[in-house]
Design a protein around this ligand. Structure first.
Ligand code: BG6
Length: 455
């Protein structure tokens, strides 16, 4: 197990909001001991005292429930170093000795190539690992270039392209439900499933993230990575084991079998939107283009919907809808599996037999099954919903991801070819959108998004 985590961009939002609470959960659950150090580096030049103050504030805000011992251990394990990621001398100073380290690039994605090049010049001890988050490159060519740089630095097994959605309990439970039960796998195909919706609709707005989001937009922020990853887990063939190779091979098979959308398909099968001023509950929200740091000329979408087809024996004939948007009227975060209607209802019952729906709730994390059953009145049918909450996980998603990095298990990380295949799926859409083949619809904040359907 690696005991030194170096975070480049170590005093930013990602480090404070997710990595520090992740480390504190690892201490709380006995996964780390006093040998562990987390070195947070940036080029701001803070005093150790200012840094410790920042750590305390972040833990108050984002890990308020952590036990006092875990909090103390986290504070004792973290230290600050000034380093410019363009300077190989600065970066080399973060990696003393020849013990392997884990380097977390908590940096804007545009800086990944520079950081990887500097790490190469600085030299990494054998066995070191690199962690980075989406988007992996800005397009297919960018992802291929980044993958080449990473391959020169460390072996592929040591590259952790992390996606925190994959560490959520319900997402893990997609695998559990499918693979540890006989009942689902027998109907898990296009003969029984008409449509799968993979939805991340949020009431959250830009939240001051224009510096990142305005360059990316909903398609690259959510669909190209998180939602396609969920699609892989839903649609993959059962892997032989859950080892990194078996699992990732099966996920890549899914991405490779997604039919590329053509210019003729894209206006019917995709939609994009941008929010206008409105109100969400009690909250008044300014229009996206008035948010600080947004350039309206970029025409960044805050809503994206895409319908995909998988060309495979199992899935030919099932629609896969991926949809994500910000500033919507309500949160809907789930994978909904819609079964086909029954072929025939034998007894003249009143009421309709709505097709069954299996829902994997992503937030809140739950599982529900909507069925039709016999009602209390003679000859009636009525809906019945069975719902179960997931057990709270031992570790938050970032705790699990960090543990995998430190232990060296890349099964939940995205392999180089997976990242490239995911770009292959979205590239024709990005190209058609940039040529305005699909209008950028506007929707008032607090509504359900653009009104134009995707079919
Ligand atoms: C992030 C996206 O990866 O996931 C955000 O950049 C989105 O735009 C977020 O809001 C949702 O995940 P979570 O776990 O932060 O709610």
């Amino acid at each position: 197990m690696i005991t030194r985590l170096v975070v480049l961009g170590g005093t930013g939002d990602l480090a404070g909001r997710y990595l520090l609470p992740g480390v504190s959960a690892l201490f709380a659950n006995g996964h780390l001991d006093s040998r562990f150090e987390m070195v947070c580096a940036d080029r701001k030049g803070r005093s150790e005292e200012q840094f410790q103050q920042w750590v305390a504030t972040q833990l108050d805000r984002h890990a308020a429930d952590a036990p006092a011992t875990a909090r103390k251990a986290t504070e004792a394990a973290t230290r600050y170093r000034r380093a410019d990621i363009q300077s190989s001398e600065d970066v080399a100073r973060l990696i003393p000795g020849d013990e392997p380290v884990a380097i977390y690039l908590a940096l804007p994605p545009a800086l990944f190539p520079t950081a990887v090049t500097t790490l190469h010049e600085a030299g990494l001890p054998a066995g070191s690992r690199i962690v980075l988050e989406k988007p992996f490159g800005e397009d297919l060519a960018g992802a291929e270039e980044l993958n080449r740089l990473l391959a020169d630095l460390v072996p592929e097994q040591a590259v952790f392209r992390v996606d925190h959605f994959l560490a959520m309990t319900t997402v893990q439970n997609l695998l559990g439900s499918r693979l540890a039960n006989r009942i689902l796998e027998s109907v898990w195909n296009s003969a029984h499933i008409a449509e799968v919706e993979i939805i991340w609709e949020e009431t959250l707005t830009l939240e001051g993230r224009a510096g990142y989001y305005d360059y990316v937009g909903a398609l690259k922020d959510m669909v190209q990575n998180h939602l396609l990853q969920l699609l892989c887990l839903i649609a993959m063939e059962p892997p032989i084991t859950l080892s990194e190779r078996d699992l990732r091979d099966r996920k890549v098979d899914v991405l490779r079998s997604i039919r590329p959308l053509t210019d003729a398909d894209i206006p019917r099968r995709t939609s994009r939107g941008r929010y206008l001023a409105g109100s969400i509950g009690e909250r008044d929200v300014p229009s996206y283009v008035e948010e600080h740091g947004v350039d309206p000329q970029r025409r960044t979408e805050t809503f994206a919907a895409v319908e995909l087809t998988i060309d495979s024996w199992r899935w030919s004939g099932t629609n896969f809808v991926l949809r994500s948007g910000k500033a919507l009227g309500s949160d809907r975060k789930e994978v909904a599996v819609h079964f086909r209607p029954v072929p025939h209802i034998p007894f003249g019952h009143q009421g309709t037999a709505a097709p069954d729906v299996l829902r994997f709730g992503l937030d809140p994390e739950c599982l529900s099954l909507e069925l039709t059953t016999i009602g209390p009145t003679v000859n009636t049918l009525e809906p019945l919903t069975l719902t179960a909450q997931m057990h709270p996980p031992e570790l938050p998603a970032y705790g699990r991801l960090l543990l995998d990095v430190l232990r060296g298990d890349p099964s939940l990380a995205i392999r180089a070819d997976e990242a490239e295949q995911a770009w292959r799926v979205v590239t024709p859409i990005l190209s058609a959108w940039s040529r305005n083949l699909v209008p950028l619809d506007e929707y008032p904040a607090g509504t359900s998004g653009p009104s134009r359907p995707i079919r």
